[in-house]
Design a protein around this ligand. Structure first.
Ligand SMILES: [Zn+2]
Ligand SMILES: [Zn+2]
Ligand SMILES: [Zn+2]
Ligand SMILES: [Zn+2]
Length: 477
């Protein structure tokens, strides 16, 4: 831990013991929005099932890939990645090639990740792969596992998975109890690796970044460039302040958030979690049926009514319940149509769902937001840019309410808006949207990645086009 402290002090960070939280990462200087606080390569990672074969097993790039001819189970973007992974993969490759087809099918991404973790530890112990202050197995060892809080059923499952790792790697000495604990550690420490547009690609273990605690109003954000994880400040972080990121989707009520955090074994006590009741009612509660009133309804069991907290009107329980059951039926039809893959019918059904939800929920409710996000996707699929833009625009004010002002989701939504406006030749609007996207994503994603460079060049193109249009207008008048 001393070695880690030394390495972190060069980055103006320290690990502190925080009351009620355990370990945490603390800034020893001021950080500003956009500052890269820390970056780390995964100690071990593996692509998800759906990304296997579409992202490189080494760097997670989604370039043109080649399958390893030895095991035919691992993919690389080129000889550079294959070469740099070879010390580890030659052991993995041999082990994989010896497995029966049935066993190969049992190798979930989590098992593959642990196989890589065990091999990496072995190679570092044998001095084949170098260790550094921030890249060594001691850091994995120091992670919390919450073994004692696990249910029997979960422990049995982890023990079975541990056994499978032992079968895959017969040439490595493996302690089953310790291996079970590694699976338990993964469930509360591993991170989902996403692409620049936040689409999940796989899982990685980042032992240093794992020290960072959660908040529902985080001052930093975790993004990935390939498998390399970056933590960037989204707010000013003062010297002595804790660096916090969010482990979960924060566009949710406090109840949903606490539920999502259960796998990490703690109760969040951030500012948002301690004073959230009104916000929760807006996000998930029923709204007053009087459309001129923005109050929300509280059930009153004795009177068999729902009472508006603002105007005090009692609404007949039946009226509300009928609306709810009508909505449930409509949602059922819409999801069935969505999975049947008939976008034009699905768009009509979701429009009906939207109309019913507008009667029941606040305009910033999560349910209505999710419906509109689905409609955005459906209209995109239909190449109906006008329809897609309408729904993209409707989601933005809700994102602004639900997320902090610098949040990747909000930046990406501005970007989508800009692309649609550009397609519809609404140059001025596209320029505004691209600029809003650059202002946010330039902070969360840095300014040097191909993703941001493309966004910036689109903004420049829109600016040039807008100036050209303006000069034409001027010469006419
Ligand atoms: Zn690669
Ligand atoms: Zn191979
Ligand atoms: Zn919280
Ligand atoms: Zn009311």
């Amino acid at each position: 831990m001393e070695a880690l402290r030394r390495a972190l002090s060069d980055r103006c960070l320290t690990v502190s013991w925080l009351p009620g939280k355990g370990r945490g990462l603390v800034a020893t200087r001021d950080f500003f929005p956009g500052d890269a606080i820390i970056n780390e390569d995964a100690y071990a990672s593996s692509p998800s099932k759906s990304s296997t074969g579409s992202v490189c097993d080494g760097c997670f790039a989604s370039a043109k890939l080649k399958k390893c001819s030895g095991c035919r189970m691992v993919w690389y973007c080129g000889s550079a990645c294959q070469k740099s992974e070879w010390k580890l993969h030659q052991l993995e490759c041999r082990a994989l090639a010896m497995l029966s087809d049935d066993r190969k099918k049992m190798l979930t991404p989590t098992i593959k990740l642990v196989v890589r973790l065990v091999l990496r530890r072995k190679l570092q112990n044998d001095w084949v792969i170098p260790t550094t202050e921030t890249d060594n197995y001691d850091l994995v060892d120091a992670l919390v596992s919450h073994m004692s809080s696990l249910e029997e059923k979960q422990l049995v499952l982890y023990a079975q998975m541990a056994n499978l790792v032992k079968v895959v790697l017969p040439f490595v000495e493996i302690d089953l109890k310790e291996m079970t604990e590694i699976f338990s550690k993964l469930s509360c420490n591993a991170h989902t690796i996403c692409d620049s547009e936040l689409r999940p690609l796989g899982t990685g273990l980042y032992p240093v970044i794992s020290i960072i605690n959660h908040s529902c109003v985080p001052n930093s954000v975790l993004v990935f460039e390939g498998q390399n994880a970056f933590v960037r400040a989204v707010e000013r972080i003062h010297k002595g302040e804790e660096v916090v990121i969010s482990y979960i989707e924060t566009a949710a009520t406090s109840k949903t958030r606490q539920n999502d955090l259960r796998q990490y074994f703690f109760t969040c006590s951030c500012l948002r979690c301690s004073q959230d009741l009104k916000e929760d009612a807006i996000l998930e509660g029923f709204k007053c049926v009087d459309y001129t009133c923005d109050g929300f309804l509280l059930p009153c069991v004795e009177k068999k009514t729902f009472t508006c907290h603002r105007c005090g009107t009692d609404w007949d329980e039946h009226k509300i319940k009928n609306l709810i059951s009508e909505l449930e039926q409509m949602c059922g039809k819409a999801t069935a149509s969505l999975s049947a893959g008939n976008p034009s019918e699905t768009s009509l059904l979701y429009r009906n769902v939207e109309q019913l939800e507008l009667k029941l929920y606040h305009c910033d409710s999560i349910k209505l937001l999710r419906t509109r996000e689905t409609l955005l996707k459906i209209y995109m699929e239909l190449n109906d840019w006008r329809g897609a833009l309408r729904y993209c625009k409707l989601t933005i004010p809700v994102y602004q309410r639900l997320y902090q002002s610098i949040h990747p989701m909000l930046g990406l939504q501005h970007y989508t808006c800009g692309k649609l406006e550009w397609l519809l030749e609404e140059t001025e609007d596209a320029l505004k949207s691209f600029t809003a996207a650059v202002d946010i994503l330039g902070i969360t994603h840095g300014t040097s990645t191909p993703f941001i460079k493309e966004l910036i060049s689109r903004a420049d193109e829109a600016r040039a086009e807008a100036a050209y249009k303006q000069s034409n207008e001027d010469s006419k008048s």
